[in-house]
Design a protein around this ligand. Structure first.
Ligand code: FAD
Length: 459
């Protein structure tokens, strides 16, 4: 697709409505030779390359002004071998395509919490979701990947073939080439799932969040807890007095019956008078859980976020979480901490490129809106909310939640030793940094001060 083509404007859209880039060309390969031809054509013509999986990178890494977008959406086939408990998944498949193909035969593997997200970006950067505490990250379930490299070569990475590349693809992002096919380990689908949300008055929430942090390590792997502070919305079904006002919430999901899950969260909230409890109705399926946030996180809205891993928060940190750096104004940014741990933390720190396995929570400050006139104030509030909590966070952060935040943040996301190991892989598979629209591992030839660091979209 070229700018003059009728489908171009639709084709250049990515998930975040704030991103408005005009590539010189968008190509939609159907095969590995197509991908190789696209890479080589872009390189010969001096075009920057952006690789698009599901298009959900918050900073618009999967598109580029004046360059070539290699849009993988036609490579979305999912084939399941139920006996071998394996799924072969195209590099441009969406989570919902993976989930529906595996659920059809009573199986599943870890994916993210919004089903229109791409398998590609999510898995290559790590990938947590409702199953992660039970079955590990999406990247932990990867047993093989086929990659087309910057030189246009097709390389297979498994635990026995190019095992170092597989190590890098488990968390190192799209730095080493275009992944055309993923092979995942599958697990038994939980026959029933449940969950609930308890809303609290903003002023009453500190002890509840303190309880959650203290109790989290004792939760079973089937349970995942989230704490949030946000503005009450009509679709929360809160009483009118809370709409548009700051509220806090404890959200949970359980891979089993409601009563069992409720027993896990009970000690956290007992005696703290929620203003509203919304139990998830009985008879829910895993796919219901996977799609419950799709509408709220719909494509095309404007969104900005910043995130950091967290292991503990003293009361002053919880206070900062709740007040969101907003001073006397109404904080338009929401914040949440999503529980990690469980199977994620039982994989060795050096076993994959994904790092900070000891992080107990992922902290996000986030805002979504529709009116471009609000861009500046929304971004400013997210930065302040994140900045208020960041002093209590660990150094590490999740590369899939990063915008273009500079090489120091990427280095910190992996730690120096791992960054160097990733850099050695980058030198081997992409020494010219053809794949740079990502949390970029800079090849050593251009990594020095003043070296080429190309920008994604917004910081
Ligand atoms: P894209 O923007 O297409 O790609 C992201 C990056 O990966 C780009 O650098 C791109 O070049 C590269 N890439 C994508 N596919 C390939 C491929 N096949 N080969 C090589 N490189 C590739 N993360 C979680 O862990 N858990 C969640 O629950 C979760 N929920 C989210 C919900 C929403 C609404 C959004 C916007 C994001 C969410 N994320 C979540 C973050 C998500 O993991 C990242 O945004 C991820 O980058 C999305 O992947 P994508 O393929 O959709 O994005």
């Amino acid at each position: 697709m070229l700018p003059e083509d009728a489908a171009y404007d639709d084709g250049r859209r990515v998930w975040n409505g704030m991103i408005d880039k005009r590539p010189a060309a968008i190509v939609r390969p159907r095969s590995e030779p197509d991908v190789a031809a696209a890479i080589l054509t872009a390189r010969v013509n001096g075009l920057q390359i952006a690789v698009r999986g599901g298009g959900h990178n918050i900073a618009g890494a999967s598109t580029v002004d004046g360059g070539m977008v290699i849009d993988l959406r036609l490579l979305n086939a999912v084939t399941v071998d139920a006996d071998a408990r394996r799924a072969i998944v195209g590099g441009g498949a969406l989570l919902r395509e993976l989930d529906s193909a595996t659920a059809a035969v009573g199986l599943c593997t870890t994916a993210g919490m919004v089903s229109h997200t791409g398998v590609g970006g999510l898995t290559l950067g790590g990938g947590y979701g409702w199953l992660a505490r039970m079955y590990g990250l999406a990247c932990d379930n990867l047993v093989g990947v086929t990659v087309v490299t910057a030189a246009g070569e097709v390389v297979r990475a498994t635990e026995t073939e190019n095992a170092d590349l597989l190590w890098g693809l488990r968390g190192g992002g799209g730095n080493f080439g275009v992944a055309t096919e993923f092979e995942f380990r599958l697990h038994r689908l939980p026959p029933v799932v449940s969950g609930g949300t308890s809303f609290f008055r903003y002023d009453d929430a500190l002890p509840v969040i303190r309880n959650l942090l203290a109790a989290a390590d004792g939760f079973p792997d089937r349970f995942l807890g989230i704490a949030a502070a946000t503005l009450g919305r009509a679709d929360h079904h809160l009483p009118a007095e809370f709409i548009g006002q700051p509220v806090a919430a404890i959200d949970w999901g359980y891979l089993g019956e409601y009563d069992e899950g409720r027993r896990v969260i009970e000690p956290v909230i007992a005696g703290h008078s929620p203003v509203l409890e919304t139990p998830v109705s009985a008879g829910r399926s895993y796919r219901d859980l996977q799609t419950q946030s799709d509408e709220n996180m719909h494509p095309g809205q404007r969104m900005y976020w910043k995130s950091s891993f967290i292991s503990s928060l003293p009361d002053a940190g919880i206070e900062a979480f709740l007040t969101r750096g907003a001073g006397s104004e109404s904080p338009v940014a929401g914040v949440e901490i999503v529980q990690l741990g469980g199977a994620i933390s039982r994989v060795g720190e050096d076993d994959t490129a994904f790092s900070h396995r000891d992080a107990r929570f992922d902290f996000l400050a986030v805002s979504g809106w529709e009116d471009p006139a609000e861009d500046d104030v929304r971004i400013e509030h997210v930065r302040r909310a994140w900045g208020a909590v960041a002093p209590f966070a660990s150094q590490g952060s999740y590369v899939n939640n990063m915008g273009d935040e500079g090489n120091d943040r990427v280095r910190a996301a992996y730690g120096d030793a791992k960054y160097r190991r990733l850099q050695a892989l980058k030198d081997r598979y992409d020494p010219d940094n053809v794949f740079h629209r990502n949390a970029n591992i800079r090849p050593s030839a251009i990594a020095g001060p003043g070296g080429q660091e190309r920008s994604a979209a917004i910081s």
